[in-house]
Design a protein around this ligand. Structure first.
Ligand code: SF4
Ligand code: SF4
Length: 409
């Protein structure tokens, strides 16, 4: 499409990037069918093409409004449109830049700012674990929307000593150790079983995604730089060979560090170095599929549905690798329709946009197990797990927990 950027946009640090991305879009609309917010709301302005148009209008000089901001907020940043687009439009980058620009020009309502501030502070707080434990005790008194976000506690169990020569860092992140410590424990045990010791640094740190998606960009950048400063020396001195992620949302965000640090040449170089060493847990276990499969043969529950999170399939392109591994491990995977579509979790999205997130969850669960034939739903991201679990009595688990269950018995 043709563009005519306003002078302020041309002069902005991202002017060239915005222009290049916009020019690639031919307005064909192929992306519409893969857009979850468009599927639910049916409004062109809640689709990728509509949002691209809103961003184009803004950078061409039209004053953005709170209505435009709402349409951008309703995007789940699932990147499904990006993997569908035949023209290679980097929608995700355009949206991130567009959101930052619109937030500079349109002030959010007091209640919206307060909600975002509380979420950012609460999820990054050292007291988060305390709140989770207190919430579990009074679960029956909580509103359904909040109770659904508190997964039942699963005991993490004993951890092996770091005894192997191969070592990796397993950053435990911000909320997972309190909400679902069994995922990290299972990851450490399964890695140990194939000869890799995993550990985290004493001080837990968020990858930066929570703050970034709640408009706390500077805090997010601080967390990103903090992580890079902590990780680079470990990689450079050979104390670890990789940084392993067992939450695809965190892995996807960390792999996008170079984009977030695009205006900081010193950290950009370090970020590129870090990203070369970031692996999803499926990537690090892929060479061991057949070996582990022998130990798991006929012991896994079946049939099982694998929900590939958007951050795994659309952001990182790891769906084929993960499904190949799951097949080698012996999972009896049950196929289902619309597996490319977001489940509605999308980080804090399900808390901020429940009127879109809940129908998407129910649509996903109906597609996965409409016939009631599936025993367990497995996935690769704790956010998707707890969101889906809030709508079904069938167990929803990280696949690494299921593998660990069998190996540990
Ligand atoms: S983003 Fe891609 S698929 Fe969507 S309208 Fe533009 S060119 Fe077509
Ligand atoms: S990222 Fe997802 S929700 Fe956002 S426009 Fe693209 S397909 Fe729609």
């Amino acid at each position: 499409m043709q563009t005519n950027l306003a002078q302020w946009a041309k002069d902005s640090p991202d002017g060239k990037v915005i222009d290049e991305i916009l020019r690639k879009c031919v307005h064909c609309g192929f992306c519409q069918a893969s857009c979850p917010s468009y599927q639910i709301l049916g409004d062109e302005l809640d689709s990728p093409r509509g949002r691209i148009y809103l961003i184009k209008e803004m950078v061409e000089g039209q004053a953005p409004s709170a209505v435009s901001q709402t349409h951008l907020d309703r995007c789940l940043t699932c990147h499904n449109c990006e993997t569908t687009c035949p023209s290679g439009v980097e929608y995700g980058k355009l949206l991130d830049i567009g959101r930052e620009l619109i937030d500079e020009k349109v002030k959010r309502s007091f209640s919206d700012r307060l909600k975002r501030k509380i979420l950012a502070k609460g999820l990054n707080s050292a007291l988060f674990g305390l709140s989770v434990r207190a919430g579990r005790r009074v679960r029956a008194l909580l509103p359904d929307s909040l109770a659904g976000k508190l997964p039942l506690a699963r005991v993490p169990g004993q951890l092996p000593a770091a005894r192997h020569a191969r070592k990796v860092l397993l950053p435990l992140g911000c909320v997972q150790p309190d909400l679902m410590p069994s995922i990290d424990a299972a990851s450490i045990r399964v890695l140990d079983a194939v000869g890799i010791s995993a550990y985290d640094l004493p001080s837990r740190a968020c990858c930066g995604a929570v703050n970034f998606h709640l408009d706390e960009t500077q805090s997010s950048l601080q967390q990103i730089r903090h992580n890079i400063d902590a990780w680079v020396p470990l990689l450079e001195t050979g104390k670890i060979e990789a940084i392993v992620m067992n939450a695809s949302g965190c892995g996807a965000f960390v792999k996008a560090y170079p984009f977030h640090l695009r205006h900081d040449p010193v950290y950009l170089e370090k970020a590129n170095y870090v990203v070369e060493h970031v692996k999803d847990i499926a990537e690090i276990l892929a060479p061991f599929g057949a070996e582990l499969g022998k130990k798991l043969r006929n012991k896994l529950p079946g049939p099982v549905a694998f929900h590939p999170p958007c951050t795994l399939q659309h952001w990182q392109g790891l769906r084929p690798l993960t499904e190949k591994l799951l097949n080698e491990l012996g999972f009896n995977l049950s196929a289902f329709g619309e597996s490319n579509l977001c489940c509605g979790a999308a980080g804090t999205y399900s808390l901020l946009q429940p009127e879109i997130a809940m129908p998407l969850r129910d649509r996903k669960l109906a597609a996965i197990d409409g016939g009631g034939h599936v025993n367990v739903i497995i996935t690769s991201n704790m956010g998707c797990m707890s969101h889906l679990q809030s709508g079904t009595s069938k167990p929803v688990r990280h696949w690494i927990e299921v593998v660990d269950d069998v190996l540990s018995t």
